[in-house]
Design a protein around this ligand. Structure first.
Ligand SMILES: Nc1ncnc2c1ncn2[C@@H]1O[C@H](COP(=O)(O)OP(=O)(O)OP(=O)(O)O)[C@@H](O)[C@H]1O
Ligand SMILES: [Mg+2]
Length: 354
């Protein structure tokens, strides 16, 4: 459709120009003879050429309008398709809400990734290949790896943004494909790789998921995210203005506000996808400490390219080109995993590490 519209828009204006200008040439040619034989006056010919010029302008406007309508129609159809999509369309089978949450006395938030492979284009070349990891509730998993190694892709599989091509992901023992989108939205607090803030206030940005949140809850999330100080220093405090894309905040401040949003509603699973990359090491250390002291002790998944961010995690998954090349604690990986050693010793001098 795009190609068709592009071709038509590329053709319509020149074709209109050619037709109308050929018309003007024809008009002058015919009028030349009529003027010679005294049928019409020269002034009439000039007036006719002017009329043709005006017709040309209007025809070009019409041609542009047709192109706009041809682009708008498929866009409107696509928007309608999305608006009509049922939120739980991808659920493998419907489960009544009450049956989903198991756990009883034990803490919720365990994740089990079983031989998961994933390909964006659905072909045989996998962007993630045969990943397996058990993440007990309340524990911390660090995911580290070079750029494009599949860290964000794995995170997107955990909350069922995409279906795994092969393998199974279970949350609290339930296949993630059976869980409703609303349920997953509450279960996960995802802090995306790129801070996303909207025009409004700090309060409106933090309470997108939970409209009725109290000031204390908002301040507590901001405090954990190391954002309370600079928010309170602004006029209006938590009701201070946030401009579109958070352009009136620095990169690190935007990241901290997005982390605070991820903490709202006390999610069982908190995912930080490289979301502290713009913070200085001191602030990041304070953030890590605050996250480890959260009262509800969520399961934490910390994606980072910095070894210092994942070093203290209960287990670290090392990805390289979509494959798991190491899984264990820092102490285990520093002895056995070449990729982890490379990343770690790049950031910490070898003598210091020993
Ligand atoms: N929407 C997409 N469509 C097709 N391919 C994608 C898409 N998103 C990512 N990829 C590909 O999947 C692979 C893994 O990407 P991913 O974003 O998971 O990497 P990453 O480890 O998070 O990298 P970074 O540290 O730069 O964020 C890359 O080769 C990337 O090109
Ligand atoms: Mg990423």
């Amino acid at each position: 459709m795009q190609i068709g519209t592009g071709r038509i828009s590329a053709l319509l204006n020149p074709v209109t120009y050619v037709i109308v200008n050929i018309g003007i040439v024809g008009l002058i040619y015919i009028a030349m003879r009529r003027v010679d034989s005294g049928f019409i006056l020269q002034g009439d010919v000039v007036a006719l050429v002017n009329y043709m010029g005006q017709i040309l302008i209007e025809l070009i406007k019409l041609a542009n309008l047709i192109v706009l309508l041809m682009k708008a129609y498929p866009s409107a159809m696509r928007v309608q398709e999305i608006m009509e999509m049922k939120s739980d369309e991808r659920c493998k089978e419907k489960i009544p809400d009450g049956d989903v949450i198991i756990g009883g006395s034990h803490q919720l938030g365990s994740i089990s990734v079983k031989n998961v492979s994933f390909s964006y284009n659905g072909g045989n070349e996998y962007d993630l290949e045969d990943i397996s990891v058990e993440i007990p509730a309340g524990s911390t998993l660090g995911i580290i790896g070079g750029t494009g190694s599949g860290k964000s892709t794995l995170v997107k599989l955990l909350n069922h943004t995409y279906d795994a091509t092969k393998g199974i992901i279970e949350l609290d023992g339930q296949d993630v494909r059976k869980l409703k989108d609303d349920h997953l939205a509450w279960k996960f607090g995802i802090v995306p790789q790129h801070a996303s803030l909207f025009h409004g206030t700090v309060r409106s940005n933090l309470t997108m998921k939970q409209n009725e949140a109290s000031d204390d809850e908002i301040k507590s999330a901001l405090k954990t995210a190391q954002a309370l100080d600079f928010v309170e220093a602004k006029e209006g405090g938590i009701d201070c203005e946030v401009m579109g894309r958070g352009s009136n905040f620095s990169g690190g401040q935007r990241q901290r506000l997005t982390i605070a949003r991820g903490l709202m509603g006390k999610p069982e699973i908190l995912v930080l996808d490289d979301s502290a990359s713009a913070l200085d090491l001191g602030t990041e250390a304070k953030l890590r400490r605050a996250l480890s002291e959260l009262s509800w002790n969520p399961t934490k998944i910390i994606v980072s390219q910095r070894a210092s961010s994942v070093k203290d995690a209960d287990q670290i998954l090392v990805l390289d080109d979509g494959k798991c090349v190491g899984l264990g604690t820092h102490e285990e990986l520093i002895e056995t995993c070449e990729t982890y050693q490379e990343i770690y010793y790049c950031q910490f001098p070898r003598e210091e590490a020993k």
